[in-house]
Design a protein around this ligand. Structure first.
Ligand code: NAP
Length: 248
């Protein structure tokens, strides 16, 4: 397959932030894109219309990635409508921050169910077909919190560390079938997810970043678009940090 062949990509959490920027970047690169989201129908419909700008189909479906049956049905319908999946990007994610001693079971469960089980559900449903076709690329969005841990985010850090182990295991399982699986670990990226930070916390965060700014969703999306492209044909099992140097 060459980069000029029409291809099909699946993106979770595509209605906002990094997922939305990824939908746009993949559409720009010639993919038909199916994305899912949890609640924001208006954002989804607006994004779908952008497919016309790129001459591809962008289609959004309300699917909770924590719901295995809903994910399976969504992927089946997508493949019937757009064709077999060439690329899968799991960007759906949530935070429920609290110091561990104050964390309640719901905060733990919701984050693990969405961030980690969600990745399992999507890959479980999508990867077997890719293996049969002996081609495909998966990018799972982790976080620097999954590499180094982040105070008040034991739940989130555990889910994002889980994604790294999951991605590396899957890369080993599927490499000989021609599938590449990578994880991207962003630092602070200016999306709704970090919009809740107060001014003081934001200033402190930026001061700790050597490049002295937060990243943009588009910068992460460009890395994802590179990883699913043939230009990254020899990259698998990698955890690529995109963090302005905050972890140096
Ligand atoms: P965001 O702006 O809050 O957007 C999250 C997206 O995920 C939305 O489209 C949301 O849909 C969707 N979503 C949430 N729960 C879902 C569920 N259960 N099922 C399906 N879709 C769901 O987040 P973001 O900042 O772009 O983050 C994207 C990914 O990057 C996440 O995995 C996050 O952990 C990771 N990340 C972000 C940062 C950062 O600084 N922003 C840093 C490191 C890693 P609705 O709008 O419909 O709810």
């Amino acid at each position: 397959m060459t980069d000029s062949t029409p291809r099909v990509a699946l993106v979770t959490g595509g209605s906002r932030g990094i997922g939305r920027a990824t939908v746009r970047a993949l559409a720009r690169d010639g993919f038909h894109v199916a994305f899912c989201y949890r609640s924001d129908d208006t954002a989804a419909r607006t994004l779908e219309k952008e497919g016309d700008d790129f001459g591809v189909t962008i289609t959004g479906t309300r699917v909770d990635v924590a719901d295995a049956a809903a994910v399976r049905a969504w992927i089946e319908t997508t493949e019937q409508r757009l064709g077999a999946l060439d690329a899968v990007v799991t960007a759906a994610g949530i935070t429920r921050d609290n110091p561990l001693v104050l964390m309640d079971d719901d905060q733990w469960r919701q984050v693990i169910d969405t961030n980690l089980d969600g990745v399992y559900h999507v890959c479980r449903a999508a990867v077997f077909g890719m293996m049969k076709r002996r081609s495909g690329a998966v990018v799972n969005i982790s976080s620097v919190a999954g590499v180094y841990g982040h105070a008040t985010q034991a739940n989130y850090s555990a889910s994002k560390a889980g994604i790294i182990g999951f991605s590396r295991a899957l890369a080993k399982e599927t490499g000989r079938a021609g599938i590449r699986v990578n994880a991207v670990a962003p630092g602070f990226i200016d999306t709704d997810m970090v919009a809740e930070m107060n001014d003081k916390a934001r200033k402190e965060a930026v001061a700790a970043i050597p490049l002295r700014r937060m990243g943009t969703a588009e910068e992460v999306a460009d890395l994802v678009a590179y990883l699913v492209s043939d230009r990254a044909a020899y990259i698998t099992g990698a955890v690529l940090q995109i963090d302005g140097g905050i972890t140096i």
